[in-house]
Design a protein around this ligand. Structure first.
Ligand SMILES: C[S@@+](CC[C@H](N)C(=O)[O-])C[C@H]1O[C@@H](n2cnc3c(N)ncnc32)[C@H](O)[C@@H]1O
Length: 253
């Protein structure tokens, strides 16, 4: 954090109590979680953080990707083993704004999203509720499940409570890379205030390798080293990112 204020406060008393976050306004924190129209948004000084963030599975960037995104040819689909007639269930243990989870659910996978930052989990919960209520996204949203918790410390318990089989565990921890566009830079800044640098990624990888029945996949910036730990068995390279694959067992058997 860059100043002495709280990282995040909530402007609505009921919501603050439900999330266990402090009640307050923009003068008291770098970021405020508040209702705007039909949605929950998280934002701060727009010069620093850009436009407020919301999770929107119905319209905007992710919806465009659902319609025109390249289906099972996409790198994430190949990495997670959604090839041919195979559709494994996936634990996305670093859910963030749910964009990757959304792609996988759009392609038919049952997905458990795990997010440890309460304010981000609240955005996901809100986006999921709106997706369940919209005819275009209701079926996809019914395959998306959400757990608020820390996957490094309690992955097995969160997975067991969800009932989603951990055939594939997908990880996309924060990495201090240089973002190209100003928009992405501002969004990353906001994430960093809340989520830090995910320095425990090596322990998260260990937990994922313990829990996954078939495969662990880790999204990395293309030039970044693998997460410290056992070396990946396969690597899938994309234009800007890469997937490191740790395979226990074939998904086809
Ligand atoms: C780079 S973002 C992921 C973006 C995501 N793949 C998407 O498509 O929107 C990383 C997120 O993972 C969360 N995270 C990191 N380590 C975690 C852990 N051990 N348990 C739960 N969430 C974690 C962070 O709080 C952050 O929101």
């Amino acid at each position: 954090m860059s100043d002495s204020r709280a990282a995040v406060v909530v402007s609505d008393a009921g919501l603050a109590q439900r999330l266990g976050l402090p009640l307050g306004d923009a003068a008291e924190a770098e970021l405020v979680l508040r209702r705007e129209g039909d949605r929950l948004v998280l934002g701060g000084d727009p010069r620093r953080f850009g436009a407020p963030l919301a999770v929107d599975f119905v319209a905007g960037r992710v919806a465009h990707r659902r319609r025109f995104g390249g289906g099972r040819g996409q790198l994430i689909a190949r990495a997670c083993g959604l090839t041919g007639g195979v559709t494994p269930s996936v634990i996305d243990a670093t859910a963030g704004l749910g964009r990757d989870a959304f792609v996988l659910a759009s392609l038919g996978a049952e997905v458990l999203m795990i997010e440890r930052v309460a304010a981000i989990a609240a955005l996901l919960d809100d986006g999921l509720a709106r997706a369940l209520a919209a005819p275009d996204t209701a079926a996809m949203a019914a395959r998306l499940h959400l757990a608020h918790g820390d996957a490094t410390r309690e992955l097995a318990a969160l997975v067991a409570a969800s009932g989603v089989a951990p055939q594939v565990v997908h990880l996309d921890p924060m990495f201090p890379h240089r973002a190209k566009s100003a928009l992405v830079k501002k969004e990353m800044r906001l994430f960093r205030v809340l989520a830090g640098d995910d320095d425990d990624a090596p322990r998260l990888l260990e937990a994922a390798l313990d829990v996954a029945s078939h495969r662990v996949v880790v999204k990395r910036p293309r030039q970044a080293p693998p997460i410290a730990g056992p070396p990946p068995r396969h690597v899938l390279e994309g234009k800007t990112s890469r997937y490191d694959l740790y395979v226990h067992r074939s998904l086809k058997g």
